[in-house]
Each structure stands twice: as C-alpha cells, then as structure tokens.
Design a protein around this ligand. Structure first.
Ligand code: GCB
Length: 590
C-alpha cells in the first residue's frame, strides 16, 4: 500500500519528530519536480603519477573539456569496461565526471519557496561534488545514495546553466568498506617506478563509477524529509504505525492517506505520529507476517549499478525458478531493484558492503566508525521496505580474530538500536568454535564449499561434513541456521559423467548432496538455503577464476546451466509442499 502524506502550511504547532534526516526516494508529485541526469557525461581519468592533477589544476572550476581531453561516459554505469583501454579497466585513483544542464525557470531565483536537491543514487567509492565550481558535498562509500541541497548555488545567479562535477576515487584502503590495500612494488628490476596495485580480499571485480541514477529534484521549503513505517497485525486488523519528519517549519498540519494498490484510500491519519488501522489486510507474502515462518529458499543475485533490462530479466528468472528470496551479496542493491522486490513479494536479506574484512587492520576504530555510518545509511534507505527481512552486517569477515568480538557486538547493537524491528546477522565461514561474532547474531548464516575448496572432487563426503557443520553450530548456539552459500563452479557446456569438477554434472551433483541434508534439517532448525550463485560474475584475475566466478546456475548472459533445472524442480516442490508459502505473485498490502 502506498502512504501519501500531504502538508498544509497552517498556523498550527505540531512538534516535528526528532528523527535523523531522511533519504526518501525522489518521486514527482504535485509539489515536487524531477529531472533525470542519466545519459552521457564528460569523463576523464587522472593518470598522473599522484592522481592529483584534477585538484592541483582545479578541474571543477571550468568545463572539464577546457582542462584537457574528455571522453563520453554513460551514467549510470561502471567506467571500467566501456573502452578498449586496458589501463582504464584496472584504473585506481580519481576519475572526473561532468554534466551540464539547464534548469527550468520555475526552479530559479524567483521561484519562491523551492528547494533544489542533487541526488546521486550511488557512486563507488569516494565522491566529491561541485555545482558551478562550488563544492556541495562529499560522500564515502558506494552502493548507497547521497544528496545535497544546491538551492543557494543555482538560485544565486541569473543563469539557468548548472554544471555538475563529480570526482570519484575507487581506491580501497584497510579502513574502507569493503577494505583493500594499495601495494607499491619497489623492486625496479621487476616493476616500473611508482608501480602499484590495488589488492582486495573479496571475490568480485571492483567495478567503479556512478552506478545509479543522478537526479535533480525540487521540494517546497517546508517539506517531508523522512517517513518511518512499522507494521503489525492482530486478528483481522492490520496496524501501520508512522512517524513523519517535517523540516522547514514547526507550523504545519499533516494529513495522511493509506492507499491500496488500485489507489483506494483504506485509512486516513492526521499529524506526524500516529497509527492507521486496516481491516482484513492481505498480508505480505511469504515470511514476516505469517503465523508460521516458512522455509526460505533463496539464491543470491548480484547487482552492480542500474540496468532495467537486466533487473527485469533476473526477476523473471527468479519467478521461473520459484525462488522467493535473495541476499544482496555483498553490498546494497539499487533502490529500483528493491522496489520490485517489495512489489513481487521477494524476501531480501539486506547486506552492507562489509566484505573482504580479512585483516586485523579492518577491525580498528576508523573501520568501525565508518561501518556504523554505513548501517545508518542502509537502514535510512531501506527501513520501510516490506521485502527486507533481516540486515546482514558482513560477509565472511575474519570473525575468528579477537577484535571481531567487540567489533561485531558494536555493529550489531547499533543496527538493532536503529531498527529494533528486524533480526541482524552476518555471514560466517569461520569455525563454529572460534567465531567471535556469532554470539551477537539472531540467525546463524554459514557458507561452506564441501568437495570444492576442501576435499576437491569428493562428493561422497558432503553429507557427513554438512551434517557435522549444522549440528556443531546448533549445539553451540541454538539459533536458527541459514546455509547462506553452497555450490560449485561449472563452465556452461562442459560435460563429464561421472561428474568431474567444473562440469555441469558436478555442479548438479554437489547441489543434490547438499539438498538431501537440508531436507532432514529443515524440519528442525535450518530455515533457509541459498545457492551460490544466481549467475556467473566477474572477479579479479586469478588462477582459480576462468573469466570470473562460474558458480552461477545461470551464465553471465542469463542462460540456464543444468543446475538451474535442479533448483527449479526443488523450489517449486518446496513451495507446493507448504501451506504457508504460496508460489503466486502477490502484491504486498501492508
Ligand atoms: C565465498 C564468498 C563469495 C565467493 C564464493 C566463491 O565464500 O562469500 O563472495 O564468490 O565464496 O565462489 O568462492
């Protein structure tokens, strides 16, 4: 259902809530206009040795083309693979983007009471933004939106031209999230002077660029800055509790309409805090609102940047499989994907970019402080989504290291303090007996690759080892368990029977061994299974990677491998077996 709030400026004194600022998705309305800046931007990578020419020469002060050659670069996209230049593919450092736009007269000086906001859906990794040469904001971290009120700059002069410059740095350090390290190669008999490489300890290519839409939008000067919605139900009554943060004045009146999918108003409210009641709600499928939590069967989907065709294709493939859920491995996905999950009834474990935290330096105070901010930004963005079932604060950190105890205790407590309504987890591949973060999670999420990274080729040990894994974790913690990754690489079209590693047959065989254990344990404490991975994906180059990770059940081009049919069969069987889970598409109601 949609919650619509409308503001009337009246001489009423209602207390605005003491919430932090919001990050509502910009939508056009009677009081807001929107201008998309997607398309071709001017672009230059700073190949100078220190990567600092853009700052030394102040490239933001005049049009980028005036300080040197530029190339066309699409937004949203990663810049790495769009040219034939291998040095741009693996580039590390500052790149510069620029877009010149004309603003409508209605947004300019005489526009009484109009705020103009510049919003970037996400840019990886560190961004500095200027408008007409004036710095308006900076932001650390990819995958999450940020914005700046640019009214004073664009309304300060008489010109409608607005030049937006974004300098972006993709360098990862031990304190970034995800972390990385820059290694200088000083042996001049082997490397040219100044040679360095970016090292990371995660398994996907560090694509960089402005990954999600950039928009300009307006609001009135008194505006709704944030809305927080929580839901509950009792008997045949659904309850929607809301808090609305109004900024710009304390003198306003606020009225709310709760609408069902077709637009019919089903409840109305007044004031910034309140409760709306809905009789006979149709509850959101499949998990959160049901009396008996169902068994979740998942697969993991990757998203880098916004690509509408790919999103729709992937969601169609999820439906074809009968899958009901995924984890946003290993970073938050685009808001546009999350919107469709809300609408289609796909459950999401919403994971932050806490991946590749393998070194002790990744658990220091600077990392921790930033990690807390990232969780705030993620929850601020996704807190109202019915699809989000749980927050994941990390994937496979070195949680066996002793600083991980305080680190995860703090991150998890902070996450729960911001959102007390959802469980919190992180995904572990540590030994159950040495995991210092597991005591703080609500659900144990475990990754394992029996007969792949251990006992390669020995399918016959999977069942025993998986059973031991589950029993050990459960005995130690008595918490529900999700198998958050399992699988095997297969090169599409490569066949071997009896199954050998990398053949489609081997991938199928691994899955079947795992499934037979899941089927025993799901009657008990195993509440979910996530195949790794939905589709093949690009990684750094390594001897163990053949043009990327091939654990997809679909190829990178989204064609099914044999394993996809095994899962399709299984997911639909599971769905049909369960009275609670209906494999139909349901639009959410609450
Ligand atoms: C993992 C990681 C994932 C990798 C996968 C693999 O445990 O969480 O990012 O891609 O293993 O295929 O090695």
């Amino acid at each position: 259902m949609a919650l619509c709030c409308s503001l009337c400026l009246l001489l009423l004194s209602c207390q605005a809530l003491a919430l932090r600022g919001g990050m509502l998705y910009p939508r056009e309305s009677a009081s807001r206009e929107l201008k998309e800046l997607n398309g071709i931007w001017s672009f230059r990578a700073d190949f100078s040795e220190q990567r600092d020419q853009g700052f030394v020469q102040q490239w933001y002060r005049k049009p980028l083309r005036q300080s040197g050659p530029v190339i066309d670069m699409p937004v949203p996209a990663s810049f790495n693979e769009l040219t034939q230049n291998p040095n741009l593919r693996k580039y590390t450092g500052w790149v510069w983007y620029e877009k010149e736009v004309l603003l409508p007269r209605s947004w300019l000086p005489n526009a009484l009471n109009t705020r103009v906001v510049l919003r970037v859906g996400s840019a990886h990794y560190y961004s500095i933004v200027w408008v007409n040469g004036v710095q308006v904001t900076e932001h650390e971290g990819g995958h999450l939106p940020f914005e700046a009120d640019i009214s004073r700059i664009v309304q300060g002069g008489s010109r409608a031209a607005c030049r937006i410059t974004i300098a972006l740095n993709n360098t990862l350090t031990p304190q970034t999230l995800p972390p990385g390290s820059i290694q200088f190669m000083r042996d001049e008999s082997k490397y040219p002077r100044g040679y360095f490489v970016q090292n990371t300890r995660f398994d996907f290519f560090n694509y960089a660029g402005i990954h999600r839409p950039v928009v300009l939008y307006t609001t009135p000067s008194v505006y709704i800055d944030d809305i927080t919605v929580t839901t509950a139900w009792a008997g045949n009554i659904g309850v929607v509790r809301y808090q609305v943060l109004v900024t710009g004045s304390t003198r306003y009146s606020l009225s709310l309409n709760l609408r069902e999918k077709e637009g019919k108003v089903v409840a109305m409210g007044e004031g910034p805090i309140g409760e709306l009641k809905v009789v006979e709600p149709r509850l959101w499928w499949p998990y959160l609102m049901h009396e008996n939590p169902g068994y979740l069967y998942y697969l993991e989907i990757r998203g880098k940047g916004l690509d509408w065709s790919l999103i729709v294709k992937d969601l169609n493939l999820l439906q074809w499989l009968g899958a009901n859920s995924f984890r946003t491995s290993h970073y938050p996905y685009a808001e546009e994907i999350m919107d469709l999950c809300d609408a289609y009834g796909i459950v999401v474990i919403d994971e932050c970019p806490g991946v590749g935290m393998r070194d002790p330096e990744n658990f220091g105070n600077a990392s921790l402080a930033h990690h807390l901010v990232v969780m705030e930004e993620l929850i601020r963005r996704d807190k109202n989504r019915p699809s989000v079932v749980m927050w994941s604060v990390a994937n496979e950190p070195a949680s066996e290291l002793s600083p991980a105890a305080y680190y995860f205790k703090t991150v998890i407590a902070h996450t729960k303090a911001i959102d007390p309504t959802r469980p919190v987890t992180f995904v572990s591949n540590a030994n159950y007996a040495h995991d210092h973060g597991a005591p703080y999670v609500d659900v144990i999420c475990v990754n394992s690759y029996f007969s792949w990274y251990h006992d390669a080729g020995h399918l016959e040990v999977i069942q025993l080892q998986l059973n031991t894994q589950f029993e050990s974790w459960y005995e130690t913690y008595q918490k529900p368990i999700i198998q958050s990754e399992y699988g095997a690489d297969s090169i599409a079209g490569l066949h071997n029977d009896p199954p050998l590693m990398f053949s489609e047959e081997y991938q199928k065989a691994v899955l079947k061994e795992y499934h037979s254990v899941f089927d025993k344990k799901r009657k008990d404490y195993v509440i979910g299974e996530l195949i790794w991975n939905f589709a093949d994906f690009m990684t750094d180059q390594a001897t163990s990677r053949v043009l990327g990770n091939k654990k997809g059940i679909f190829t990178r081009q989204r064609q099914p491998k044999a394993a996809a049919f095994v899962l399709r069969d299984r997911y639909w069987k599971l769905a049909n077996e369960s009275s609670c889970l209906r494999p139909t598409l349901t639009y959410y109601n609450l």
